[in-house]
Design a protein around this ligand. Structure first.
Ligand SMILES: Nc1ncnc2c1ncn2[C@@H]1O[C@H](COP(=O)(O)OP(=O)(O)O)[C@@H](O)[C@H]1O
Ligand SMILES: [Mg+2]
Length: 254
């Protein structure tokens, strides 16, 4: 079953065409890792997926919610975009937690504000999610009292609290000290094992090898090639992929 369908997606900022026609279909429970040089359009692609950026052209469908770029801006379209966003968890490089709320309050906020969940029920949901990301004993800590890895795990729990159909991750470990990367990747891996549909922009090759059903290599606004992590890392076909892997000194353990 298809969960995400991207058709001839284009995005320009003025004269700068950043996405030049992306087609990508992602199945339910599939984990897709996107790699590519800085500036290749990876973040823009994720942001277009949930209309944080309005695409210039193309069609996005997530679950039952389909939006055409440049469609007539009416109430119906706005409503579909709102629904599509609610069903799309987004975790960024920077954790973006509310600094004056505790971990559990950060996680409770979405269900209360967006789903109208009652406070006590939201607390129960949030506590279970914090336990799930390994932070059951940190519920009442403020972000400043947590490590970067712990904050990012709270951010993941916060996204999950809205019960998303898909999770999008944009370099979720890039801002972390190396020793904190693993704990975040393990949480993402556990979501993969539970069957969450995910699109993950990351340069963590070994992680990609562990969790990705598919690796997509992007450059200059197009998908250059895609395949299993083995195809892409060990047997890349395209020169641009080879050069990128060479530059990042990809060390992939067998
Ligand atoms: N809001 C914006 N306004 C203008 N240009 C942008 C904006 N966001 C991204 N870009 C441009 O789009 C290109 C791709 O950026 P991005 O999607 O962030 O790439 P990546 O995530 O692969 O590094 C870059 O040239 C960047 O300068
Ligand atoms: Mg980016």
């Amino acid at each position: 079953m298809t969960m995400i369908q991207i058709e001839h997606l284009k995005k320009a900022f003025g004269d700068n065409e950043v996405l030049k026609g992306i087609d990508l279909t992602i199945d339910k429970s599939e984990v897709v890792v996107i790699m590519g040089p800085s500036g290749s359009g990876k973040s823009t692609l994720l942001r277009c997926l949930n209309f944080l950026e309005e695409p210039t052209d193309g069609i996005i469908q997530i679950g039952e919610y389909q939006v055409h770029a440049g469609g007539k801006i009416d109430r119906h379209r706005k409503k579909v975009i709102r629904e599509l966003r609610k069903k799309t968890g987004f975790v960024f490089q920077s954790f973006n937690l509310f600094p004056h709320k505790t971990a559990i309050e950060n996680v409770m906020e979405g269900p209360i504000a967006i789903h109208g969940t009652k406070t006590e029920e939201a607390r129960t949901i949030a506590e279970a999610l914090l336990v799930k990301v390994g932070l059951g004993d940190r519920c009442d800590h403020f972000p400043a009292q947590l490590s970067g890895g712990q904050q990012q795990r709270v951010a993941i729990a916060r996204s999950l609290a809205l019960n998303p159909l898909v999770m999008l991750f944009d370099e979720p470990t890039s801002a972390l000290d190396p020793e904190l990367v693993r704990e975040v990747l393990l949480v993402i891996k556990s979501l993969a094992e539970e069957g969450m549909t995910m699109v993950i922009v990351t340069h963590e090759m070994n992680f990609a090898k562990e969790v990705a059903d598919r690796v997509v290599f992007m450059d200059e606004g197009i998908i250059v090639e895609q395949g299993t992590s083995k195809d892409i890392f060990l047997n890349p076909k395209e020169e641009r992929t080879k050069q990128f892997l060479y530059k990042v000194e990809a060390v992939v353990t067998e």
